[in-house]
Design a protein around this ligand. Structure first.
Ligand SMILES: Nc1ncnc2c1ncn2[C@@H]1O[C@H](COP(=O)(O)OP(=O)(O)OP(=O)(O)O)[C@@H](O)[C@H]1O
Length: 132
């Protein structure tokens, strides 16, 4: 590595709190610009409220938190793939389609798992409540 390229790297490395700021602005941008993120956030708040009302156990909360955090993160990675593909080409290209569809497929798989986790945790509690 020559001095110039090392210099470039040093210029590009930011302090921890600046990097954290970039990540935060990424979250804000995704929530502001992506309809799906707003939907996921709304559902997440509803699930947390329902969990509090039905007094979930510590283990159940762990699964719910993993589901919510994973879902939001997966949606944001999907958005990042979409943006990157759009930046690379404005043309119709089979690889661009594959990249976007695979990323969307990953979100769908995680969403299905989240629904299953939600059903496994909430259905017994709600049915117990109904049969009281
Ligand atoms: N450059 C491209 N070449 C080929 N197919 C593409 C290209 N861009 C998007 N597509 C395909 O068109 C469809 C719609 O893509 P689009 O980028 O509009 O995302 P979307 O699914 O509508 O998601 P969002 O609403 O979050 O933008 C998808 O099947 C995608 O793979």
């Amino acid at each position: 590595m020559n001095m110039d390229s090392r210099g470039d790297q040093e210029e590009k490395s930011h302090s921890l709190h600046v990097t954290f700021g970039f990540a935060l602005s990424g979250i804000v941008s995704a929530v502001r610009n992506e309809r799906n993120m707003k939907i996921h956030l709304f559902i997440s708040v509803m699930v947390v409220v329902l969990g509090a009302v039905l007094t979930l156990t510590r283990l159940e909360w762990l699964f719910i938190l993993l589901a919510i955090g994973g879902m939001l993160a997966a949606e944001m990675m999907n958005t990042a793939v979409e943006r990157t593909v759009d930046l690379c080409t404005k043309e119709i290209h089979p690889l661009a389609k594959q990249a976007k569809d695979i990323a969307a497929g990953a979100v769908l798989i995680y969403a299905i798992m989240c629904v299953m986790i939600g059903l496994i945790i909430f259905i017994p509690k709600i049915s117990r409540l109904i049969h009281l």
